[in-house]
Structures are given as C-alpha cells and as structure tokens.
Design a protein around this ligand. Structure first.
Ligand code: F6P
Length: 319
C-alpha cells in the first residue's frame, strides 16, 4: 500500500473534517501518500482529486461540513460512472480508499471495491446514526445536541403559552436522533420509523393530561415517520388544543462538531488507515461497546438494529 485516497460522500456530518484530518495526517506519518477526492464519487468519475500534505488539513478539526465537499452521485450507480471512477483510481495509482459516509456510501463502496478489487474501508459518518453493527456514527452526537438545544428553546415558549408543539427532526429510516432528543429534552411523545404510532392514542393521552391540568406537550417526530405540519393539524383537529409544528431541517447537519464527534472521527480515521495497511477491504471501522471494531460492509448496510424499545419505554416512563 503506497498511495491511498480519502473522500466524503452522501449527507455531510459534523466531524467529517476531523476524520479527513486523521486519515491524512496518520497516513502521511505512516509514509503513505494521501490524496483527497472532491465531491465524493463524482470526484473519482471526473478526476477531481489532489495530493494532500499535512498542511492541507490544517485548521479544520473544529469545522462542520467537509472541506472535500460531498454529493449524492447517481452516476456512480451506472456502469459508465463506475468504470470512469476505476480509470481514475488506476491512473493515479491509488491502492486503497477511505470512504467517509453513511450506509448509502458504503453500499456504493461495497459494489465498487468488489467489482474492481480495490480495498475500500468505510468510516461511518452520518447524523442519522443509521449504520448497523456499530454504536454511533460521526456527527450524530453533534446533531442530537443541536436539536436538543432547539427543543430546550421550544420548551420555554410551549410552557409559557401552554401549547402543544410537534417538532420534526431528521432521520429518514432511523429514529435515533428523535429518541435521543425526546429523552434528553423531557418530551412527552416520540414518533419513529421503527415503531407504528397511533395518533388517536396520542391525542387521548393529551386530552386526559389536559383534564389533569397538563398544559404543554412536545412531541418529537422523526422525518421518516411523518411530517410535523400534518401531525400538528391532526392533533389540533382531534383535541381542539392549540398545536404548532416546527421542522428543524438542515440546521441539524451543520455546526461545530462536539468532543464526542471529533474523538470518534480521529480514532476511526486512524483505524481506517491501519486497516488499509493491514490489507483489509470491504469493511467499516467503528466503535462498539467502547472498542474499535471492523465489520463487513454487508452487515453495516442493512437496516440498523438498536434497542429502540428501551429508549421509547424510558421516554414514556418519564413523561
Ligand atoms: O444525511 C442524512 C440525512 O440528513 C437524512 O436525515 C435526511 O433525510 C437526508 O439526509 C436529507 O438529505 P438531503 O440534504 O440530500 O436532502
């Protein structure tokens, strides 16, 4: 292994820059050459890459987003896109790829790496925490803290004006952000894709609570289980109580990475380089039960299993 390349693909996540820094600096210190590929798979298809030095990643550890840019590249799923990307890999003598992204990125890396026999190691970064087989992705902790701070603000107005709020957070297929903020934010209800919600039962609880003198509620909705404006409208129609929707949207994707997101990124960047040097391929490095593990892409890309029942139960037990 002489030369590796690093890229970020899919939705950006805070801490991606720290992961890039780790791959570049550790790789160079291991006497590898390291290239940065711009705009994810698109950059491999279109030859947008350059040799990185220690200085290329100065001053980025605390920045959200990704200096390499990122994209959702549909062309990479075509024969032509993949073969052009492979031509770039050959032309620049790239012996291995460190792919920073989520499960969509790993699906692509799994296909590409096996098809052309190119070692690919995934570094899990996604605010959704939807990578199976590991505890937490880079960026999830930051997004949760961003959403939590918004929930804290909403609580002030919800309590003061005695209203119901329905707050939509990100999480296409995974309710991890929603459950974490509902727990930390002391919210009364949470709707997640993993679990079927019953709007009538929720309204029944609200009306009963209201009769006992409970005047404000915060209901967190993961985007994969519904949208806040529709749900707020339904709750208002069923209960007759004033209900406001808030969609937090992309503010959850930005911002300075928390210590947890940075720490994860720095450790996993190094682990990915070590894996490439060892000759590993088709794997994701990640933390599981406080240890760095390496799992097959095939396991990482299936629907994430986590103990959502327990988190949901605690939200309800404390509401
Ligand atoms: O990166 C994950 C995610 O933030 C999902 O939670 C969300 O559904 C999606 O990305 C939004 O993607 P885009 O920014 O491409 O619309």
């Amino acid at each position: 292994m002489k030369r590796i390349a690093v890229l970020t693909t899919g939705g950006d996540a805070p801490g991606m820059n720290a992961a890039i820094r780790s791959v570049v600096r550790y790789g160079l210190n291991q006497k590898l050459e390291v290239m940065g590929v711009f705009r994810g798979w698109w950059g491999l298809i279109n030859e947008e890459l350059k040799v990185f030095s220690h200085r290329s990643v100065s001053g980025i550890i605390n920045q959200g987003g990704t200096i390499l840019k990122t994209a959702r590249c549909h062309e990479f799923y075509t024969e032509e896109g993949q073969s052009r990307a492979y031509e770039t890999v050959k032309k620049y003598g790239i012996d291995g790829l460190a792919v920073i992204g989520g499960n969509g990125s790993f699906t692509a890396a799994h296909l590409f790496g096996r098809k052309y026999n190119i070692p690919c190691i995934g570094i899990p970064a996604s605010i959704d925490n939807d990578v199976n087989g590991i505890d937490i992705t880079i960026g999830a902790d930051t997004a949760i803290n961003t959403a939590l701070s918004a929930i804290d603000n909403i609580r002030d107005t919800a309590t003061s004006m005695e209203r119901i709020f329905v707050v939509e957070v990100m999480g296409r297929d995974c309710g991890y952000i929603a459950l974490s903020v509902a727990l930390g934010g002391g919210c009364e209800e949470v709707m997640i894709p993993e679990r079927k919600s019953d709007i009538n039962a929720i309204c029944h609880d609200i009306v009963n609570g209201n009769l006992r003198g409970k005047m404000s509620w915060i209901i967190v909705v993961a985007e994969g289980s519904g949208n806040a404006p529709d749900i707020a409208k339904q709750i208002n129609e069923i209960t007759g109580l004033e209900t406001r929707p808030v969609v937090l949207g992309h503010i959850q994707r930005g911002g300075r990475p928390t210590a947890i997101s940075r720490d994860l990124a720095l450790h996993l960047g190094r682990a990915a380089v070590d894996a490439l040097i060892r000759g590993d391929s088709d794997k994701v490095v990640g933390f599981k039960e406080s240890k760095i593990v390496s799992i097959d892409f095939e396991i990482a890309i299936v629907k994430k299993y986590f103990n959502y029942e327990n988190m949901y139960k605690l939200v309800k037990e404390l509401s």
